[in-house]
Write a new protein. Structure first.
Length: 115
């Protein structure tokens, strides 16, 4: 149920995560699982995909934010995601501006409207 979902989850670079944690997004549940993953140059693609899978399967997360340049690393997984909850939003980062042509959700919406 959507009423149980009350958290944001974030997969992003250090600057994005730091800003969102300072805004109060961070949470650690009873099982010591965080709702964020800091991705740097040493983070493996498998680790990013595992976090994506975990966050999209959790019942307490309403929205998953992911930096677009990180979503590009796992684009096939992101493109396959079709669920309404958690909602998936690709966001820009300080060093990587948002590119609407790469956003899988925006492409799907444009296809629905015949654009």
């Amino acid at each position: 149920m959507a009423t149980e979902r009350n958290l944001l989850a974030v997969i992003g670079d250090e600057d994005s995560i730091t800003g969102l944690l300072l805004a109060g997004v961070g949470h650690i549940n009873e099982q010591q699982k965080k709702n964020f993953l800091v991705v740097d140059s040493k983070t493996q693609v498998a680790q990013i995909e595992a976090a994506f899978q975990e966050y999209t399967e959790r019942k307490d997360i309403a929205i998953l934010l992911i930096n677009q340049h990180i979503a590009e690393k796992i684009r096939p997984t992101v493109d396959k995601y079709q669920q309404a909850f958690p909602a998936l939003l690709e966001i820009p980062s300080k060093d990587h501006p948002y590119d609407p042509s790469k956003d899988s959700i925006l492409k799907r919406v444009q296809k629905l409207f015949g654009e």
